[in-house]
Ligand binder design. Structure first.
Ligand SMILES: Nc1ncnc2c1ncn2[C@@H]1O[C@H](COP(=O)(O)OP(=O)(O)OP(=O)(O)O)[C@@H](O)[C@H]1O
Length: 342
């Protein structure tokens, strides 16, 4: 429904986008995640029409809006919420939210339901933007964009000014509003946990191109390379030698997704790993414990290899000197490279 094909963009002599392609099916949510400066905002601006791609095409609902012909931003059916919200300072909250709606739709009930959708107290409706916090302003900007029921919604870090609890709640309610309305959405964020929890499809961006595009679970469990795996979440990394579907490591033999035999970095997600205490085949020794409150870091040592950190719940903590082994759910993945150490 939204299709971006081989889009490049050069700005001030620098190639900011280097051939970006992805399709976002109608009514679904895609997230683009990547470090600061990798080109996320530039990609959104190309989709919105605020920038013209140097080459490549953008198609919305089967109509090419950027490429051979160029459709101006206001005729693309695209909503855009910028990082700073960009509210009209002289209008109240209800004036901002109702801006662009036909007069007959600017009813108190409609405005209140839009404010509710973004978890904003309707009592704020008569305030002006300078009387709101940054996070409240951001939510007014979201409500204003949703009000117009665009075909495509582009969200540039819209939750970044909100604190953790409010951020999760607002994200859920905005996600539900967008899905219920069948609005095709692209969210840009540098927060991988946000991307993985919000979207049907996640694109990992780096240096102006996509490294990997896929469903959240697929990316998390089958990252294409070690850097992407590290970017998407915590890793446990061991040196090992792969043979068939087993990786031989100093911490014992572990199941691994079958791959090229030989030396590799064996990567596990922390949630895959459990410590087994008092095992006859124990492979490691607990060298020390670091108290994290709700859980404990257990630092393991094995002969001649760097330490390894495994989390355990605070109510089942092994003692320093105790012998333990690793029990793994699913399989590890082997990558070329060198492991990061505890
Ligand atoms: N108008 C411009 N002229 C020249 N260079 C630009 C322009 N806009 C962006 N850039 C450069 O393009 C690169 C990508 O910028 P962009 O804002 O797209 O990144 P981003 O991934 O959205 O970053 P952030 O997460 O920090 O917002 C950066 O190196 C930036 O300096």
């Amino acid at each position: 429904m939204l299709s971006v094909q081989d889009v490049t963009k050069t700005l001030a002599g620098q190639q900011v986008l280097r051939g970006v392609s992805f399709d976002v099916p109608a009514g679904s949510v895609a997230a683009v995640v990547g470090p600061s400066g990798c080109g996320k905002t530039t990609l959104l601006r190309c989709i919105a029409g605020f920038e013209t791609p140097t080459s490549g095409t953008v198609t919305i609902d089967g109509r090419e809006v950027s490429g051979a012909a160029t459709v101006p931003p206001h005729k693309r059916g695209v909503g855009y919420v910028a990082q700073d919200g960009a509210l009209f300072p002289h209008l109240t909250v209800k004036g901002n939210v109702g801006f662009g709606l036909p007069r007959r739709d600017r009813t108190p009930g409609r405005i209140a339901s839009l404010l509710e959708a973004v978890s904003l107290d309707p009592a704020l409706a008569s305030r002006r933007p300078h009387e709101l916090s940054g996070g409240q302003q951001q939510r007014v900007a979201l409500a204003r964009a949703i009000a117009l029921r665009p075909k495509v919604m582009l969200l540039d870090e819209p939750f970044s000014a909100l604190d953790t609890g409010l951020r999760a709640r607002t994200r859920e309610s905005i996600g539900a509003v967008l899905r219920d309305a069948g609005i095709t959405t692209v969210l840009v964020t540098h927060d991988q946990a946000e991307a993985l929890s919000f979207a049907d499809q996640v694109a990992v961006m780096s240096g102006g191109s996509f490294r990997q595009v896929g469903a959240p679970t697929q990316l998390y469990t089958e990252a294409i390379d070690l850097d992407t795996a590290r970017f998407l979440g915590e890793t446990i990394e061991l040196s090992g030698v792969v043979s068939g579907s087993t990786a031989h490591t100093a911490f014992g033999d572990l199941p691994v997704v079958a791959t090229e035999p030989g030396e590799a970095v064996i990567m596990l997600r922390p949630s895959q790993v459990r410590l087994v205490r008092a095992s006859g085949a124990a492979a490691a020794t607990v060298s020390r414990i670091e108290d994290q409150g709700d859980h404990q870091h257990v630092i393991l040592a094995a002969d001649g290899v760097p330490e390894l950190l495994v989390d355990v719940p605070s109510w089942d903590v092994p003692q320093p000197g105790e012998r333990v082994s690793l029990s793994v759910s699913g399989a590890a993945i082997a990558y070329p490279g060198s492991p990061a150490h505890a």
